[in-house]
Ligand binder design. Structure first.
Ligand code: AMP
Length: 364
């Protein structure tokens, strides 16, 4: 089965063409003005490859869409109903679906949700300390994101161990442009750092991560900042970019810090400290972990950041082997041999979307 996987972002469209699990072709259309043009550009590269099904990454499935599913009118309505919770993502995901459906009307389209893996969070982990009508009537709760990556890595780790995921307790650090940590017990997510939206949790490339709700109120009420402008600041001008004043790319920030830039230094320290705090929290949530796993752009590629995050966690049973950590080997590997072992596992969200798409279609 030939499956086209589409991952639409605010300014780019990534596409991957699979024959079952084998990647045939991939590409990215950047600086996209609309998804129809982006898809037309993708098809110029794909030529006249036949496509049997399309798998779409949909960021927010809310609390009712928690399994990958064929996109029907009902499913679309449900995705639209939670789009206000992911205004930067869901509308553009749906725009890509509309463009793909217009181009490939005869093939099934499947939605794979970033929130779905975290559907297993227990209520004590997903509620905010708000009056309960906020949860029941306004659906204000923690949903979590990057679930496609966390699920892929959790399954891949079990495969590497040659074990079912049943007994495994894992802490997975997805550190890319967006960053999140999850606590996974027996293959199920039991906590994760992102919340109602992908703003909560770790300090990210351009996003704030955790911030006091009181600070937001203060900025609106006393500093008279406009909520729309604040949304832009929190999503695009904060995090590593805002703190360092250098860039949102960890490579640039590490280079600036090494050259003596104090703000870059602070950004790296704050980034690593926040990850360390979440690791501590999830060791408590899981009552100890079998493995701490790093994935995504920073997690897979930066030995320095991995070392700085794990530095000083030895009393909690986490230590990195510096030679293994710095090895240029690219494959999935163990880099710490402590009580909680430490690993680098490359994520592959597209492969998981292709697998789920195929499974949904075979099931239907
Ligand atoms: P992702 O969102 O997973 O594609 O990750 C992208 C981010 O990974 C980039 O913005 C960089 O900050 C980071 N990255 C990639 N390679 C490296 C590296 N060798 N060292 C540090 N950061 C890296």
């Amino acid at each position: 089965m030939r499956i086209l996987v589409l991952n639409a972002g605010s300014s780019s469209l990534k596409f991957h063409l699979f024959e079952d699990e084998a990647l045939l072709q991939r590409g990215e259309i950047e600086r996209v003005s609309n998804m129809s043009d982006a898809l037309a550009a993708a098809f110029l590269q794909l030529g006249d490859s036949p496509v049997d099904a399309v798998g779409h990454r949909i960021v927010h499935g809310g609390d009712r869409l928690f399994e990958s599913t064929i996109l029907t009118d009902d499913v679309i309505r449900e995705i639209e109903s939670v789009s206000a919770l992911a205004p930067l993502h869901n509308p553009v995901n749906l725009e890509a679906w509309r463009a793909a459906r217009a181009r490939l009307p005869g093939v099934p389209h499947v939605a794979v949700f970033d929130t779905a893996f975290h559907h297993t969070l227990p209520p004590h982990a997903y509620v905010y300390g708000l009056p309960c009508e906020y949860l029941t009537e306004k659906r204000i709760r923690r949903y979590g994101f990057h679930g496609i990556s966390h699920r892929y890595v959790s399954c891949r780790f079990a495969e590497l161990q040659d074990k079912a995921s049943a007994g495994l307790r894992l802490i997975i650090c997805h550190l890319g442009n967006g960053c999140s940590v999850s606590a996974v017990s027996g293959g199920h997510s039991i906590d994760t750092s992102m919340g109602l939206t992908p703003l909560e949790g770790l300090i990210m490339g351009t996003r704030t991560g955790d911030i006091d709700a009181g600070a937001v109120l203060h900025l609106i009420n006393n500093e008279k900042q406009d909520p729309a402008a604040l949304a832009k600041t929190f999503n695009y001008e904060s995090g590593l970019r805002g703190l360092s004043g250098v860039s949102s790319d960890m490579r640039d920030i590490l280079a600036a810090a090494a050259a003596g830039d104090a703000r870059a230094h602070l950004a790296v320290d704050a980034f690593c400290y926040r990850v360390r705090k979440y690791i501590g929290a999830y060791l408590a949530a899981l009552n100890g972990a079998d493995a701490l796993i790093f994935t995504a752009g920073i997690g897979e590629n930066s030995a320095e950041i991995r070392a700085r995050i794990c530095d000083g966690l030895d009393q909690l049973g986490i230590a990195i082997d510096s030679e293994a950590n710095q090895s240029p080997r690219r494959e999935d590997r163990q880099i710490g041999f402590s009580r909680t072992s430490v690993w680098v596992v490359a994520t592959n969200e597209e492969l998981l979307i292709a697998r789920d798409t195929r499974r949904c279609i075979l099931k239907s």
